[in-house]
Ligand binder design. Sequence first.
Ligand SMILES: O=CC(=O)O
Length: 359
Amino acid sequence: MWSSRMALRRLQQIAATSLNITGGLTSNMQRTMSTLPRVYVTRQIPPEGLKILRESGQVQLELWESDDVPVPRKELLQKVKGVAGLVCVLTEKIDAELLDAAGPNLKVLSTMSVGFDHLSLEELKKRGIRVGYTPDVLTDAVAELTVALLLTTSRRLIEATHEAKTGGWGTWRTLWLCGHELANSTVGILGLGRIGVAIAERLAPFKVKKFIYTDVAPRPELASIINAEYVSFDEMAKQSDFLAVCCALTPETKEICNKNLFSKMKNTSIFINTSRGGVVNQEDLYEALSTGQIAGAGLDVTVPEPLPTSHPLFTLKNCVILPHIASASYTTRNAMSALAANNLLLGLRGETMIKELKL
Ligand SMILES: O=CC(=O)O
């Protein structure tokens, strides 16, 4: 009897001690954790980046636990209060309001994107906030998708599969669903950077005759890789059979693809945009496509995103619209996620980021 009572007591003591130990460890951990810099991640980013952040032991992490719905602005403004680091994607507008809400603790912003038109660089610079981004790791995926979109548009693949599925496929016809081919063509690149070069490298084996490009200034080192000739904006419009837009969206490039450009293009030319929707005046594009001023357009990016299904561009057979998927391969999105995580951690340690924007 005594021994069983003693045994019970002993068990209760052990249990109590265990609870204390557990409680002690937790609060120790909590104490350690609470001294770590706080970081908010605005999206359930791909696993490689989250793993790096979680296993770093360097930050106290909070995450918007969804990839399907972006964090509501109101919630974001609350969550960023006092954070030292912020990881975002291109759907978050990082402007003065958000930076004010975050406050002076914010030292590093890391965007999981190559584009940075969602960031107010001036405001970031004013506050001395360092900015990481994710170029290079997505070049192959974006170039690959651009080629796929170009061929889909020029060879009218969406129209063709629709006809095949819906009974439009009658007898073999000599000019039915004819498109335009790359062989012997001139391909123009608006904004020659790593992505433009990668696109041209992939198109060259299709027997393209000539690559031309325009930019704020010639870029001889990049151009020599693909043997591309520097031409004026107007020359590019006139000569291109295929025109691929690869420039960043800046105040200078906003709606640079407008009536002026389309009116100079050939009726047989194909316009492709995988950069940002904002570089195109969509009303002018609609006009150019619907009047046959140009032959077709393939867009991976639009304004707004998502483009409402009632948008007039969706009514056009010669316009192929994708939902901003240029970098969407598992490998690339994980690489972007990992790079964004590493940029953030390096920035918080005061070290050189792998890819940092010069502000
Ligand atoms: O559009 C995608 C990106 O900017 O990474």
